[in-house]
Design a protein around this ligand. Sequence first.
Ligand code: CA
Length: 241
Amino acid sequence: MLESPRVSGPPQLLIVEDEANIRDLVSLHLESEGYTCQSVSNGSDAFELLKADPYALVLLDVMLPGMNGLQLCREVRSGGVNANVPILMLTARGEEVDKLAGFQGGADDYLTKPFSILELSARVAALLRRTRRLTRTDEQAIPIEFDGIRLDPAKRSLQMHGHKIPVTPHEFRLFYQLAANRGIVFSRERLLADVWQGEVFVTERSVDTLVYRLRCKIEPDPAQPAHILTVWGEGYKCAEA
Ligand code: CA
């Protein structure tokens, strides 16, 4: 799998938003904070850019003309130079069901409009920090192999029987944490702390959603998981050999 780029110089962000006033406000503000921003107003243009160049982070509006944010998110996650890019979704709709759809589609974080520009930049900074920390920590960690599965932290890559499986940074971290400690049960609370590392905008439901997403990628039958097991009333564990 292709890795997110090592950041040298200002991080390059992609803003995908069809409302010009929001797009300009966000772009101007983030550039004033030292980021380099590229902005587009529809999903198709964004998709072309995301196929071509690696970005440090994507701000993605959900309701877009053409390909919407959820479709775009799934496409980006399915492979390519930005398969692991942190994605912060923006939406005017705040219902749980939309958040769930966003997280299942591979978004890393979520912000509901109207949002304050300060909150937006705090979330952007937190996501970038987390991605860098994940990379740094994982460079010191060792690859794990079992049952035809290979997890390589230095490349943040997951292979199953020789096939690369695109995973987000969160999904990788969750799987690596469980796989490195097979048979040991981790509570949702512990996984929240380990996988999200202090981010405040997640709940224990986020763990269930992330497990669901990961199972859809790694389990032959996600309803009868063989690798990531639910331990009722306690949490999750990776099956022992
Ligand atoms: Ca919109």
